[in-house]
Design a protein around this ligand. Structure first.
Ligand SMILES: *Cc1c(COP(=O)(O)O)cnc(C)c1O
Ligand SMILES: [Zn+2]
Length: 422
């Protein structure tokens, strides 16, 4: 007799409710994303005892993927039910040469370009689609600024699910290719991401979409929880402790809030010591609604029309903006935004000092790190982790004009000599 799967690997499911982030109303777990009372966004809530039963040893003996934290996630406790490419456990790279250039004492790059579709989005999609399958959805979909499109299409292909991906038509050509290659429906929309997102919300209300899980809309509470695994991994890879400072790129602001949630959870269940940490947010000047609100000292995030090369972060009306501001202010962090030229410099600096080629979002993060250090908002002596959330090969055009051969010569020793190579 053969077992269909190894049931000994199933851990208890700790999620037990949805909680309104606005008014605190509670609802049963289900395919719901807005509060029935105030229309506020919902977040997954957990049974504290179930979370507290998770041990370091359990996690360390788990798989080398986000699923080692299944006991802290809202889906995928049974490996047989997962819809996943098994992302996670990406390298935490000690960046001494970058630190030296910036005058810092201890700096790490958490390199999420190492995920299966080369961005951190594989984390959120694995959790969202595993939840979607458990909730009975038959088709998966998303509105995307690029990386989510890649990840949803690839996950759907692996699981044999139909997919529907909608993106702004002016996306980087390479992100169109790296989505379309997986098959599935890919719709280029003549409009901004915010318009694509609104269209998806309207589709959801139409006939024929009852069985469709839009990962960042109707199953968003589950989707967002996947980002916690980035925070868990940083803590585990540092030897089960929290960094003093963390710098996070922001589009909707969700990732930033979930890194904070992960750190708080680990401290509250005793897996790390409850040491203080500051959370810093990074945006581009071309799309800076959260940064502008931070600078203005308000918690009202005014939508903008995005421009600039950091397209993966180009959400002009960020759903989690107010919550991200709250995390940053509560933790005594800061937020800044940087120009396209500073982003290109950031990509080059990271590549030159660490061997990591980041996409434009990574350039934003490095450039904001530099800017906040210069402004005295970030402590150069404190242990700092920055998140590289995507792969440079997906946005080569951003630097192709300046990343060129240093010499071009004829195939002769004489030409090599003339070029000063010998
Ligand atoms: C989506 C994305 C982010 C940020 O996402 P949030 O919406 O803020 O959670 C950061 N970096 C990259 C490369 C992304 O694709
Ligand atoms: Zn509410």
């Amino acid at each position: 007799m053969t077992l269909l799967h190894d049931t000994s690997r199933i851990v208890p499911a700790p999620a037990d409710r949805l909680v309104c982030r606005n008014c605190g109303a509670q609802f049963p777990l289900g395919p719901q994303h807005a509060c029935h009372d105030c229309f506020g966004p919902l977040e997954v809530g957990y049974d504290r005892d179930a979370l507290a039963s998770v041990t370091r040893a359990q996690i360390e003996s788990g798989p080398a993927s986000i699923w080692r934290y299944a006991g802290l996630l809202p889906a995928g406790q049974d490996p047989a039910t997962r819809v996943t490419l098994d992302p996670g456990m990406t390298p935490l790279v000690r960046a001494d040469r970058l630190a030296a250039e910036l005058g810092m004492r201890a700096l790490w790059v958490k390199d999420d370009s190492a995920n299966p579709t080369h961005s951190f989005k594989d984390r959120v999609v694995s959790v969202a689609l595993s939840a979607a399958r458990a909730l009975g959805f038959a088709r998966v979909a998303c509105a995307s600024t690029g990386n989510l499109a890649n990840s949803v299409a690839a996950h759907a292909a692996r699981a044999g699910l139909p997919s529907l991906v909608l993106v702004p038509a002016d996306l980087e050509p390479s992100k169109i290719v790296t989505t379309a290659v997986y098959g599935g429906a890919l719709v280029a929309v003549d409009g901004s991401y915010d318009e694509v997102n609104r269209l998806c919300s309207e589709l959801l209300e139409s006939d024929g979409f009852e069985d469709t899980a839009f990962v960042n809309i109707n199953v968003r509470p589950y989707y967002a929880e996947g980002s916690k695994t980035l925070g868990y991994e940083v803590a585990e890879q540092l030897g089960w402790r929290l960094p003093a400072q963390v710098v996070v790129p922001m589009a909707s602001g969700s990732l930033l809030t979930k890194v904070d949630k992960a750190f708080r959870e680990l401290a509250s269940i005793g897996l790390v010591e409850d040491t203080p940490y500051a959370v810093f947010g990074a945006q581009s000047a071309g799309c800076n609604p959260i940064s502008a609100a931070f600078a203005a000292g308000t918690d009202v995030v005014r939508p903008v029309r995005p421009t600039g090369i950091a397209k993966s972060l180009n959400i002009g009306n960020p759903a989690d903006g107010p919550y991200a501001l709250d995390v940053v202010r509560r933790s005594s962090g800061a937020i800044a935004d940087v120009t396209d030229e500073e982003i290109r410099d950031g990509i080059a600096l990271l590549a030159r000092t660490t061997g990591i080629f980041a996409e434009t979002a990574g350039g934003v993060t490095v450039a904001v790190l530099r800017k906040l250090l210069a402004a005295g908002a970030l402590d150069p002596a404190a242990e700092t982790v920055i998140l590289n959330t995507g792969e440079g090969l997906k946005t080569v055009d951003a630097v192709s004009g300046r990343a060129v051969p240093t010499h071009t010569i004829a195939p002769s020793l004489r030409a090599a000599e003339q070029a000063g190579l010998c």
